[in-house]
Design a protein around this ligand. Structure first.
Ligand code: NAP
Length: 297
């Protein structure tokens, strides 16, 4: 019998991209889903499905005949974020149930055990709950820490003001991770299909980091070893995000997320171990990803 297809949602993103590449390298039949056909074309040999994950018909088509799926709630910047996330969680769950897919890896987050007060992470709580109720589906929720990629949004202020500004307390030591490492870990589990029922895998990154340590690593990579971290009030951080073009609703959700991190409500539930630790250091990421992005005019 032909091997069943793997379906990767968000296959052109920071996490989905590495998931799809790793499955392709392992020569698994592959279907990749995103809205940009041009970007999906990078996955030569995979079957592209072009459209939005909030479209039930598209999701059903994408999952038809699948043996395993990598699903996520992509970043969403339109109005009604939480309602959109909850709707997409339902569309994905219904699609997986209709296609009788036996395995799914869900891209979740530390803090997804909480139903609210965590900004966009609350949507991942819904996603885990909805997928957990799909009959016959074994769901692995991968819960990573704070992506290094979030630091890319600081480049504008860094260039104009010369410091790294953020809402987190300067000495807040949290799990931070390269998104590509999340993809690698998810792909390894998808290749192994080694879980049954509901399981959670936390990913804590290479080591825990404070914003001051991150600023030091980023600064060193861009030739500014004295780059300082400046803590902004929640109000100033929110205003800055709005000024940078985000909606007031999304800025408020990100501030709620920052507050949940500061108050340690979003934090690992298990101790760091070999299984939760991933290879890429902030220094390596700063050199390979951040510095080239900073240099783009
Ligand atoms: N940032 C963090 O610190 C963090 C921490 C833990 C968990 N997470 C989770 O990780 C998720 C993904 O983050 P990421 O950085 O990998 O995002 P990303 O790089 O922006 O990737 C998102 C992917 O989804 C696709 N996509 C976006 N909107 C879509 C839509 N409406 N329908 C279908 N596909 C869509 C994108 O391609 P197209 O735009 O071409 O469609 C892209 O392939 C977040 O949403 C969050 O749930 C994030």
């Amino acid at each position: 019998m032909a091997e069943k297809v793997y379906v990767v949602f968000g296959a052109t993103g920071h996490v989905g991209g590495p998931v799809a590449r790793r499955l392709a390298e392992a020569r698994r039949p592959l279907r990749v889903v995103a809205r940009s056909a041009a970007a999906l074309a990078a996955h030569a040999g995979a079957e592209p499905v072009v459209g939005s994950v909030d479209d039930p018909e598209l999701v059903r088509r994408a999952l038809d005949g699948a043996g395993a799926a990598f699903v996520q709630l992509p970043p969403y910047f339109g109005p009604g974020v939480r309602a959109w996330q909850d709707r997409v969680a339902g569309v994905l769950a219904d699609g997986l149930e209709a296609a009788r897919v036996p395995y799914a890896v869900a891209l979740s987050s530390l803090g997804a055990q909480l139903a609210g007060g965590t900004g966009p992470v609350a949507g991942l709580h819904t996603l885990e709950e909805r997928l957990g109720r799909v009959p016959g589906l074994s769901v692995l929720a991968v819960r990573p820490g704070y992506f290094f990629e979030n630091h890319l949004s600081a480049i504008g202020v860094m260039r104009s003001a010369g410091f790294y500004g953020g809402a987190l307390a300067p000495d807040l030591r949290i799990a931070q991770i390269a998104a590509a490492d999340v993809g690698e870990a998810a792909a390894a589990r998808l290749l192994a299909l080694d879980w049954r029922g509901r399981e959670v895998q936390e990913l804590h990154g290479e080591r825990d980091l404070t914003p001051v340590e991150v600023a030091r690593a980023l600064g060193a990579a861009i030739g500014k070893p004295d780059l300082a971290y400046a803590q902004l009030s929640y109000a100033d951080a929110q205003a800055g995000m709005v000024q940078a073009g985000l909606s007031a609703e999304i800025a408020a959700l990100f501030v709620e997320l920052a507050r949940a991190l500061d108050e340690r409500r979003i934090a690992p539930l298990e101790p760091r171990s070999a299984a939760t630790t991933t290879p890429t250091s902030i220094e390596a990421w700063a050199r390979d990803v951040f510095a080239p992005a900073f240099r783009v005019p």
